[in-house]
Design a protein around this ligand. Sequence first.
Ligand SMILES: [Zn+2]
Length: 364
Amino acid sequence: MFCLETEVPINGWANSLFVHLSLQTSSGFNDRIRTSIDKIYEKDAGQRNALVIVRPPGHHASASKSSGFCIFNNVAVAAKYAQRRYKAKRILILDWDVHHGNGTQEIFYEDANVMYMSIHRHDKGNFYPVGEPKDYFDVGEGAGEGMSVNVPFSGAQMGDIEYQMAFQRVIMPISYQFNPDLVLISAGFDAAIDDPLGDYRVTPETFALMTYQLSSLASGRVITVLEGGYNLTSISNSALAVCEVLQNRAMLRRLRDEKEQFATKPNKLESSSIKTIREVCALQQKYWSILKGFQIIFGSVLNSKLVNKNGKSNAATLKVKTKAATDPIEPSSSRRYNTRRQNRRRSDNSEVDDVMAKIENMKL
Ligand SMILES: [Zn+2]
């Protein structure tokens, strides 16, 4: 067995860097993940995050079965431990690995206290894991209905602007309304530019931005755990960007100084991503009132050039679609998890305007 375990203390904003490379045993892994949870709950505000470098990844593993290079579901174990040891009441798991974390979603599909959110490559169901419930209408079951939020991209090679849009329109609004007391990031870097499996083009700056935004939740209690990634350079550049944000936000300051803000970059927004976000918002607003009305302001928020599959400008299409998007969309097929379903609505949030203002100000 090859095993390296170390904890590297980092001065300043951060926190802890945990390195755990081994052929896993459940007891060995649990020691590490327990330590990372313990540390962030013991730290004062501003020192409550961690980056856990762990191999192999875990988000495809279910409670009873390994899958897709994953043996133990690292993030799920962390969530369960936080619930039992620290009585965490609302845990957010954000999965930006290019593949859907089917194992994690399945474990918490009926859990009313753990939210699973994923931005992933879907390709209309034909991207791994094929056959798993990972479309926008897979929202959880029973007590967990509305607690699974999937942003399934199809039809184009997605990158910075599409991921930023998903965060601004879906991930952060719902996260604010959910108001977690712990955030776990399933940080796969196979959506990163130059990854041979993901074939997406997300840059380190976007991973930094997403980390920055998530760090505003849960009083800064954020644990970032590695998942997939198949280009070592892409992984290292992206993980470094995340780590810089967790440490002291140095990268954000540099980007701001260099005026490399996303809003000022020339953008080519893939039109199919608009359809995806529209479908997610239209359905999830049944559970998350903060999403109501979001669709109609796409055009004003995304000051970018839309392109369709043929590379032609598609701004007119956006107007037509966003108008139609005010009608809720119902799921088009039944789910695979055959459990009792309940109609459940989230309480309205009377502070929607305040939250929207916070989100809009969350630029680099
Ligand atoms: Zn992956």
